[in-house]
Ligand binder design. Structure first.
Ligand code: NAD
Ligand code: ZN
Ligand code: ZN
Length: 380
């Protein structure tokens, strides 16, 4: 038992009071965890585009005040009733989507889209009682993605916490709780390139570079990076990307350029842009007979995917993935171990580090596209 178990913990949290306005570090009260919940001490958190998107609140229902943050790592401070597989002191990664272990999706070997704990961007409260665990002088502050890691302490459903190797450095593996696992899993679990194959990656942000890292690990011999922003190419070399295409440099569609470069198309492609045209090109650039394209990017609500059915009949496969098909609790510990065994490289994703008090600078870096991942330390 920790000395704070069962008590309200006052601590610092970065509160978003209004859309697009700088976060304010406030003293908040964090209530003890209820049934099936865990209170964790957040050690490190990083920032991902989803935080930025909901903080800007363009095109969705704004929900404020709110504590953002979903990529993080920390230590269990106390557990609520019924939590049997996590204990005080365990090292954990919180995940924006969960694994209840019992629903049809959790029971299926193929799915990670848990019915109970699947991502819900609109919910600002805990599932068990519809209330928040954060407050300031008694006024509730909303949660985000069930994680709210921009706080020294947070309360998370036990099904959204992966217990990891206690030797893993939390200031590095924290980036596995969202974007990096998404891209990595899209390649390793879904596209599954064979040794020596060719892979095209559309979009060379953190997610696409993680997909490239997956292709490198799988032993792909050609990794073709496609991006509209040539500034991304230099960085991408560190991720094993061997060739680059900027669609703006060509007067014909990029799928045609790729077909010419690869004698008919790549073996696999992974789309990590969210742009509908890139999604269609990513599908049409794979080789007939065996090519597999995987969509990862989140498109705008009204986007429509159009291609000629003959492209499918000619034995191309189109797939999509959510969180790289990883089941958070069952699979993330082994992704952490891939890093510990030096199979997976993480340091190259970490471009910046800042103390918690400078969290707004991390937002600036991401808005300007200057960072891949900025690690925010809660302790200094
Ligand atoms: P990012 O903005 O850092 O990178 C996207 C890159 O795509 C940029 O470099 C941009 O220049 C490039 N791009 C945009 N349009 C393009 C086009 N038409 N052709 C070629 N390149 C183009 O974003 P990120 O953080 O790496 O995330 C990538 C995508 O993954 C986003 O859509 C994000 O929402 C999505 N995502 C999905 C999941 C999931 O589970 N499916 C999880 C996390 C993120
Ligand atoms: Zn489930
Ligand atoms: Zn994320």
């Amino acid at each position: 038992m920790s000395t704070t178990a069962g008590l309200v913990i006052p601590c610092a949290a970065a509160v978003a009071w209004e859309a697009g306005k700088p976060l304010v570090i406030e003293q908040v009260e964090v209530a003890p965890p209820q049934a099936m919940e865990v209170r964790m001490k957040v050690k490190y958190t990083s920032l991902c585009h989803t935080d930025l998107y909901f903080w800007e609140a363009k095109g969705q229902t704004p929900l404020f005040p709110r504590i953002f943050g979903h990529e993080a790592a920390g230590v269990v401070e106390s557990v609520g009733e019924g939590v049997s597989d996590l204990a005080v002191g365990d090292h954990v990664l919180p995940v924006f989507t969960g694994e209840c272990g019992e629903c049809r999706h959790c029971q299926s070997e193929e799915s990670n889209m848990c019915d109970l704990l699947r991502i819900n961007t609109e919910r600002g409260v805990m599932l068990s009682d519809g209330k928040t665990r954060f407050s300031i002088n008694g006024s509730p502050i909303n949660h985000f993605l069930g994680t709210s890691t921009f706080s020294e302490y947070t309360v998370v459903h036990a099904g959204c916490l992966a217990k990891i190797n206690p030797l893993a450095p939390l200031d590095k593996v924290c980036i596995l709780s969202c974007g990096i696992s998404t891209g990595l899993g899209a390649t390793l679990n879904v596209a599954k390139p064979k040794q020596g194959s060719s892979v095209a990656i559309f979009g060379l942000g953190a997610v696409g570079l993680a997909a490239a890292e997956g292709a490198r690990i799988a032993g792909a011999s050609r990794i073709i990076g496609v991006d509209l922003n040539p500034n991304r190419f230099e960085e991408a070399k560190k991720f094993g990307v061997t060739e680059f295409i900027n669609p703006k440099d060509h007067d014909r569609p990029v799928e045609q350029v790729i077909a010419e470069m690869t004698n008919g198309g790549v073996d696999r492609s992974v789309e990590c842009t969210g742009n509908i045209n890139a999604m269609i090109s990513a599908f049409e650039c794979v080789h007939d007979g065996w090519g597999v394209a995987v969509l990862v990017g989140v498109p705008s609500k009204d986007a429509v995917f159009m291609t000629k059915p003959i492209n499918v009949l000619n034995e191309r496969t189109l797939k999509g993935t959510f969180f790289g098909n990883y089941k958070p609790r069952s699979d993330l510990p082994s992704v952490v171990d891939m890093y510990m065994n030096k199979k997976l490289e993480l340091d190259k994703f970490i471009t910046h580090r800042l103390p918690f008090s400078d969290i707004n600078k991390a937002f600036d870096l991401m808005v300007k596209g200057e960072s891949l991942r900025c690690i925010i330390s809660m302790e200094d």
